[in-house]
Write a protein that binds this ligand. Structure first.
Ligand code: ADP
Ligand code: MG
Length: 719
C-alpha cells in the first residue's frame, strides 16, 4: 500500500506531496482536507498525542470510558442494520490473547470492505459498555502488519489527527522520510537566537525532529513548548503591529463635555454604577485623541454594557457622525433596537435609528405612526430605502446583525463601530475597520461577557485597551445555584412552582447533544426541546403555559416566543442554548439546565446570567445525569465561584482549552492553546514582542520575522 517513491537526492520542502510520494486520488483529497499540500505542510502537521507502548492495554484490562488504542486480530466482520432506525452498521470483533471486543461503525458500511477477518488492526476510540458487553464505537483504525512494527523500536509513537484515506501510519511513515532527507540548513529559525537561549527553547530544526520522532516524552514536550511559544509570540507581534498601524491612522474627532454627558445619562431609569461611569470616561478620553479607539468592554452578563454603548453612541450622534452597532443574533439586534429607541426617544431632538437584519429593515421614528407599527414607534422599510438614508447620513444610528458588514451598506461618516458579544464574531470585526483604511477609520468598541482567562485575553486582545465592568448594578441578589441529583428533581420542580405562583418565570435549557454533523446536531437539539416542553406540559406543570425557542425557528417566530415570555403569557420557556446571548427578561428568575455536564463552566455561568437581572432572588438548578466525580467537582466550582473569570480559569486548567467556549474563533491552534495554561510563557512572548517592535518597528533587523508575519497575512486574506 504505502509504496514509497521518492527522490533520493534532496527533497524540496515546498514541492507538492504527490511529487514525492505515491498518492492515490482519494488520498489526495484527504490530504487536501487536512490542509496538506507540500512537504513543508507535512512537517508542520503535528501529532495530537503519542502512543506509549509500555502502557499498551490488553483487552481484558479495558474499562468503560477509557480512551485508548486496542490491538488485535479481526475474528468477525459483518454489515448489519441498527435495530431501531435501520441505520447501516459495520461490526467487527477483534481479539488478542486475553479476550475479544466489539467495534461498531454507524453509517459506515464500507468499513467492512476494508477490514477483513484475519487482519491485524489498531483501533483508537472510547470504550463504552452496552447490552452485549464492552464495545468501541466509531474508532479510527489502522491496519498493522504485526503489532511489533508499530513501535519501530521507539517507545513513543506519534499519532496524528487522521481523516479517511490518510492514516496516522501513513503520516508517520512519510514524515520520517522527509525528516531523514532534510538537514538543519533547510530551516532558518524565525525566533531570534537570544530568545531561544533565554527561555531554553529548542531550535526549529530540533523541534521538528523531536515532535515527530521523540525518544522520550520530554523531547516532545520541549518541542511543543517551542511551537506554542512561537505561535503566541507571533500572534502578539501581529496584534502589536496592528496597534502601531492603527495609531498612525486618522479618525474622527469626537467632542463632548462632562456636563453634556452627565445630562444625557439622566435618561436612564437608574443611576449608573461606578464601573459604567468609568468606562464611559475611558471612551470619551479616547474620543478626544486623534487616534482611533480600540477598546474592549468586558463585563459579566447583566453588568450593564448596553448603557455604556448607548452613552458612547450619544457622543457620536451629538457630533453629527454615525454609529454601527452589530449584534450576533437577530433577536439581540431587535432587542437593542428597542432599547435604543426607548432611550433616545427621550431626547428633545429626534434621533433616527435604523435596523438591518437579513429578514427585515426598520426605521425609527415612523412617519406614519400607526401603519405596521411595532408599538415602539418604528416601522418596516425597504432595504434600499434604509441604505439610502444610511449613505446620506440621515440615519445616524444603525443597529443590525452580520448584515451590517455587507458591502452594500455604506455610511457617510461612520465614526464608531460597536460589536456586541464580540467573541461570537472572532476576528471578522476587523473587516469592518479595514474597509475604509485609506480614509479616517472609525473608533471601535468591542463588548464581551465571555470571561476568558487572562492569558488568552493578553494574547488575542493584545492590541485593545480594556475597560472592565467589575461591578453589578445595585440591589441584585446573589444567585442560588443548586446541583440537583436525580432523586431531588421533584423537589426542585416544587420550588419552581412556588416561585412561578409568586409571579416569576423560568427558563429550561435542554442538554446540548454533540453530533459531528451540525445539521443532525441541530435536529436532535430541537427534538429534545420539543420533547422536554411536552413532558413538562403534561407531567410536571400542566397549570402553566410553556413556550419553546430554538435555532430553527424563523426570526418572527422567535420574536413572538420571546414576546410572549416577556409579557408572562408563557411562564416557562424551554430553549436550546441560543438564549445564552444577551436576552434581557428581568422577570425570569429561574433557570434549569439539563445535561449540564455537556457545557463548559463559563458557558453555564453565562446561561445563569440570564436570570440575574432584577432584584428578585434568582435560582439556577443544574441537572446532570453524569455521576463522574470529575463532573461533580467541576459543577461544584459553579456553586462556589465568585465570577466568570474564576470559572474560565478553572475550565482551562481542568478541561483544557476545549472547555472554553468559542475556542475555534480565536484562531489559536491546539498547540497554542496549551501555552495559554502558562501565564509565564504568554508574558514572556508579550515582553519579547514588545521589545522587538520598540527598537525596530519596521523589523529591518528581523527579516525572518517580517517574512513570517507577511505570509500569515496572506493566508488570512485568502480564507
Ligand atoms: P449586559 O452587560 O449583559 O449586556 P445589559 O446591558 O443588558 O447587560 O443590562 C442588564 C440589565 O440591567 C438591563 O435590564 C439594564 O436595564 C439593567 N441595568 C444596567 N445598568 C444598570 C444600573 N446601573 N442600575 C440598575 N440596572 C441597570
Ligand atoms: Mg448585552
Amino acid at each position: 500500500m504505502d509504496q514509497l517513491w521518492y527522490n533520493t537526492a534532496v527533497m524540496e520542502l515546498d514541492s507538492l506531496i504527490e511529487k514525492n510520494f505515491r498518492v492515490t486520488t482519494p488520498q489526495k483529497k484527504a490530504l487536501k482536507k487536512l490542509g496538506l499540500n507540500t512537504l513543508r505542510d507535512m512537517l508542520f502537521y503535528f501529532p495530537s498525542r503519542y502512543e506509549n507502548f509500555s502502557e499498551r492495554k490488553n483487552i481484558i484490562d479495558l474499562r468503560e470510558g477509557d480512551k485508548t488504542t486496542v490491538y488485535g486480530k479481526i475474528v468477525e466482520a459483518e454489515k448489519q442494520k441498527t435495530q431501531m432506525r435501520r441505520m447501516p452498521l459495520s461490526r467487527i470483533i477483534i481479539g488478542d490473547l486475553t479476550g475479544t471486543i466489539n467495534a461498531l461503525w454507524f453509517n459506515q458500511p464500507y468499513i467492512t470492505n476494508i477490514l477483513k477477518i484475519g487482519d491485524k488492526v489498531a483501533l483508537t476510540g472510547k470504550i463504552s459498555n452496552g447490552k452485549s458487553g464492552m464495545y468501541i464505537a466509531n474508532p479510527t483504525f489502522e491496519k498493522v502488519d504485526s503489532y511489533g512494527d508499530l513501535s519501530g523500536g521507539e517507545a513513543l509513537l506519534a499519532v496524528y489527527p487522521e481523516t479517511r484515506g490518510i492514516t496516522s501510519r501513513w503520516l508517520r511513515f512519510n514524515t520520517q522520510k522527509i525528516l531523514a532527507a532534510i538537514s538543519k540548513t533547510d530551516f532558518q529559525d524565525p525566533i531570534p537566537e537570544n530568545i531561544l537561549k533565554k527561555y531554553h527553547l529548542p531550535s526549529l530544526y530540533s523541534s521538528l525532529v523531536y515532535i515527530h520522532t521523540p525518544q522520550e516524552a520530554k523531547d516532545a514536550e520541549a518541542a511543543r513548548k517551542r511551537f506554542a511559544f512561537e505561535e503566541i509570540f507571533f500572534i502578539q507581534l501581529k496584534r502589536l503591529r496592528e496597534r502601531l498601524e492603527r495609531e498612525k491612522c486618522r479618525t474622527f474627532p469626537v467632542e463632548i463635555s462632562q456636563k453634556e454627558m452627565d445630562d444625557f445619562l439622566k435618561i436612564f431609569p437608574f443611576e449608573l454604577t461606578v464601573a459604567q461611569k468609568k468606562s464611559i470616561n475611558h471612551i470619551i478620553e479616547n474620543f478626544g485623541k486623534n487616534t482611533p479607539m480600540a477598546r474592549l468592554l468586558e463585563g459579566d452578563v447583566g453588568s450593564g454594557k448596553t448603557a455604556v454603548a448607548v452613552a458612547a453612541s450619544y457622543a457620536i450622534v451629538k457630533n453629527k457622525y454615525q454609529v454601527a452597532y452589530m449584534a450576533p443574533t437577530e433577536i439581540l439586534a431587535r432587542q437593542h433596537f428597542k432599547s435604543f429607541i426607548e432611550y433616545f426617544s427621550q431626547l428633545r431632538l429626534t434621533t433616527k435609528i435604523g435596523m438591518i437584519t437579513s429578514s427585515e429593515c426598520r426605521k425609527y421614528p415612523s412617519k406614519v405612526a400607526f401603519e405596521r407599527d411595532n408599538g415602539d414607534g418604528s416601522t418596516h422599510i425597504s432595504k434600499s430605502q434604509l441604505l439610502k438614508w444610511v449613505e446620506s447620513g440621515e440615519i445616524p444610528i444603525l443597529i443590525g446583525t452580520h448584515s451590517l458588514i455587507q458591502k452594500s451598506v455604506k455610511f457617510k461618516k461612520l465614526a464608531l463601530v460597536i460589536i456586541d458579544e464580540q467573541h461570537r464574531f472572532g476576528t471578522k470585526q476587523r473587516a469592518v475597520l479595514a474597509r475604509d483604511k485609506s480614509e479616517q477609520i472609525p473608533h471601535l468598541l468591542s463588548m464581551t461577557a465571555t470571561p476568558i482567562p487572562r492569558t488568552l485575553a493578553l494574547t488575542i486582545y493584545g492590541d485593545l485597551d480594556l475597560s472592565l465592568l467589575d461591578e453589578m448594578p445595585p440591589g441584585r441578589k446573589k444567585i442560588i445555584t443548586a446541583i440537583v441529583p436525580p432523586e431531588q428533581r421533584q423537589r426542585a420542580y416544587e420550588q419552581i412552582r412556588l416561585e412561578i405562583k409568586k409571579g416569576r418565570q423560568a427558563f429550561v435549557i435542554c442538554p446540548r447533544i454533540d453530533e459531528p454533523d451540525p445539521e443532525k446536531e441541530k435536529a436532535l437539539n430541537i427534538k429534545s426541546v420539543k420533547e422536554e416542553a411536552e413532558r413538562l406540559r403534561t407531567e410536571i406543570f400542566p397549570e402553566f403555559e410553556i413556550g419553546i425557542l430554538h435555532g430553527k425557528m424563523k426570526p418572527d417566530e422567535k420574536e413572538e416566543a420571546l414576546e410572549e415570555f416577556k409579557k408572562n403569557e408563557t411562564q416557562i420557556l424551554v430553549a436550546t442554548s441560543v438564549i445564552e446571548v444577551g436576552i434581557d427578561i428581568p422577570n425570569a428568575t429561574m433557570i434549569i439546565i439539563e445535561g449540564a455536564e455537556r457545557f463548559g463552566l463559563a458557558q453555564l455561568h453565562q446561561l445563569r446570567g440570564r436570570v440575574m437581572r432584577s432584584s428578585y432572588q434568582p435560582y439556577c438548578f443544574v441537572f446532570t445525569s453524569s455521576d463522574s466525580i470529575k463532573t461533580k467537582e467541576r459543577l461544584k466550582a459553579l456553586e462556589q465561584a465568585k465570577s466568570g473569570f474564576e470559572l474560565a480559569e478553572y475550565d482551562l486548567k481542568f478541561r483544557g482549552s476545549g472547555g472554553l467556549s468559542g475556542v475555534k474563533q480565536w484562531g489559536v491552534s491546539d498547540i497554542g492553546m496549551e501555552a495559554l495554561k502558562n501565564i509565564k510563557m504568554v508574558e514572556a512572548a508579550r515582553l519579547e514582542s514588545q521589545k522587538i517592535l520598540k527598537q525596530d518597528p519596521e523589523l529591518k533587523k528581523y527579516p525572518l520575522i517580517k517574512k513570517k508575519l507577511e505570509s500569515q497575512e496572506t493566508k488570512i486574506h485568502f480564507e
